[in-house]
Design a protein. Structure first.
Length: 206
């Protein structure tokens, strides 16, 4: 089976970012590719490792607990205006008090033509982590377009369709065949284009 549309989008945008930009700030360490450098590790993303060799890849986190390269607050990023090539910010904005300010800060710090790869949830379960972060927000397609309105280019890819989202929330997506079936049904009935989705990958260009 080919990649799900959202996985393909993520892969393509990671490759574009790491191929075209030289300094990349991963806010929250959401790529999860380096063990001991974040609160999560995802073995399935090891394909990204070779791309790290040719860039200045830094992890930023608000606390030092998980050994980031930079300790900083996304509401007040420690970078000069127009100074950074790219930001990655995966599953972070739902956990910050002011996501609008966070997006404005990333745009401020990006060079003209800089990239920002984001992931935000919409229909998704509560997932705070005690002592580390709370869970404040969910984002519709309308909200994303409003928050990203000052970027020159906005690309959005929904994650899961309506059936896939419902099954995921119901805890019924553990078997791969169920996920494939839900994907087929959502494709067949145009539900991947609905607004009832699990979340969104977003690629922004300043």
């Amino acid at each position: 089976m080919n990649e799900y549309l959202w996985d393909k989008f993520f892969r393509e945008k990671v490759i574009v970012t790491f191929s075209e930009k030289k300094r990349i700030i991963d806010i929250g360490g959401g790529l999860r590719v380096l063990q001991g450098r974040g609160n999560r590790y995802d073995e399935s993303r090891q394909w990204i490792i070779p791309y790290l060799k040719n860039v200045d890849y830094k992890i930023l986190d608000p606390v030092s607990d998980y050994h980031p390269d930079i300790v900083g607050d996304i509401h007040h990023l420690p970078f000069h205006d127009n100074s950074e090539d790219a930001f990655i910010c995966i599953a972070v904005l739902e956990h910050v008090e002011n996501p609008a300010r966070a997006i404005q800060e990333m745009r401020r710090a990006l060079k003209p033509g800089g990239y920002c790869l984001l992931y935000v949830p919409f229909l998704y379960y509560y997932h705070a982590e005690t002592g580390y972060y709370k869970d404040y927000w969910r984002f519709t397609d309308d909200a994303i377009r409003f928050l990203a309105r000052d970027f020159s280019r906005v690309e959005i890819q929904a994650v899961r369709g309506a059936l896939g989202t419902w099954l995921y929330l119901a805890g019924l997506m553990h078997a791969s065949w169920i996920a494939r079936f839900a994907y087929w049904v959502d494709c067949a009935f145009g539900k991947l284009r609905s607004k009832q989705v699990s979340g969104y990958w977003i690629f922004l260009t300043k």
